[in-house]
Design a protein. Structure first.
Length: 140
């Protein structure tokens, strides 16, 4: 089930602490950091049949679009998209379950986000479905 895991922020004279206390990372096997320098560039689409993902913005903000894949060989290009705006100023994690493809774009230069996956890198080549960035017609 897709969901936003809401975090929190505490600031005092020593600095700011962002926390994600409700993010259960027991299923996470690997993570990587994506830096997206140019907000005019869309990055997408990549789908996974068996892997789930979690997204957490550490700098800047992103628009993340999700589409449920109905046919892995030739998905419906008019499929409904779900769009989320994630920002480093609002600590939260977006959970993307299996069966979805994601597309995203930075909303400001040099935005960065962490991606967590529940399978190791040895599985990546077997669960990687890519579609051109303009494949889904509803992506603005």
């Amino acid at each position: 089930m897709k969901k936003i895991i809401v975090g929190g922020r505490h600031s005092d004279s020593r600095g700011t602490l962002d926390h994600m206390n409700d993010f259960d990372m027991s299923e996470v096997k690997r993570m990587y950091l994506i830096t997206h320098p140019d907000p005019s560039v869309k990055r997408g689409w990549r789908g996974h049949k068996i892997e789930q993902r979690w997204f957490y913005v550490v700098q800047g903000s992103f628009e993340v679009s999700l589409v449920k894949i109905d046919d892995w060989v030739k998905p419906n290009p008019d499929s409904k998209l779900e769009v989320y705006t994630l920002s480093a100023n609002k600590p939260q994690v977006l959970h993307v379950p299996v069966g979805y493809a994601t597309g995203f774009k930075a909303l400001e230069p040099d935005a960065k986000f962490m991606v967590y996956a529940d399978f190791g890198i040895e599985n990546a080549a077997n669960d990687n479905y890519q579609y051109p960035s303009d494949y889904f017609t509803n992506w603005k």
